[in-house]
Design a binder for this molecule. Sequence first.
Ligand code: CAA
Length: 286
Amino acid sequence: MEHGVRKVGVVGSGQMGGGIAQVAAVAGFEVAVFDSASGALEKCKATHDKLLARAVEKGRMEQADADAAKARLTYAESMDALAGADIVIEAVVENADVKKAVFADLDKRFTGGEILATNTSSISITEIAAATTTPERVIGMHFFYPVPVMKLVEVINGLATDSAVTARVLALSEAMGKKAVPANDRAGFVSNRVLMPMINEAFYAWMEGVAEPEHIDEIMKLGMNHPMGPLRLADFIGLDTCAHIMNVLADGLHNERYRPCPLLDQLVVAGRLGNKTGRGVFDYSS
Ligand code: CAA
């Protein structure tokens, strides 16, 4: 099926929203990215400029193509700039109430059957869709960090998602240069249902003294051919995010075995959240 998309709207210009906007613009779509947080759009644009310049430097892109991608990007402090988008991809903070408020607003603004997608990594698509009057056009488009590098989009159907919407989003993800894989709306979908318990188990292995954190990571990296060990990956994702997703799994699957490892919780309360705070499992201060 054709995706039928010319313009992409992105709500939220953080690491995920910015990455999504960049890959969409590079793929030839007109893109408007909206953020209300002060300074966020400047930071997003600076990241785009830096990454596109690097792609040119590395010979992965012609200067003219980088310039054309930049010209297709609009950075807007008003949602009005999203008008005319055929799909809006939401990538705001991972909080159900905030996302539901965004979707209720999008539902009112976009009344022509436009697709409303969320980049949530763990919140129920069905729950977000229930904040709209048109749940059949709401879908999950789960990108992975760093978005320009990671090949996957996990496309998640809510309970009411129309199969034609799914087909269009699968086609759109491929047109954005990604490999799109469908999944259904259960807690953690597939990616975090499988990834997070592995990460959590690595914290248990550390807590129980099975091995030092460096050795746990080395065993998993070299033995399983993973690009990063699970503890470094936890730092990369954010320990607070990992703990939050484990709680989503425990609540959503009604199973206490998914609760975060006590050591993971302890690092979170200590403020050791990973790369973003300079220290998590490992120290990044230098
Ligand atoms: N943005 C854009 N590009 C980036 C980047 C970023 N934040 N970080 C790295 N890259 C690029 C680099 O520029 C580099 O490209 P060049 O060829 O131009 O140099 C390329 O990626 C490789 O980077 P490095 O050589 O610096 O390092 P590396 O080979 O170790 O790769 C990595 C870095 C791609 C992050 C790799 O370690 C990796 O794949 N790690 C696992 C990442 C992962 O699992 N992500 C998913 C997290 S889970 C998630 O996102 C969803 C969720 O729901 C929690």
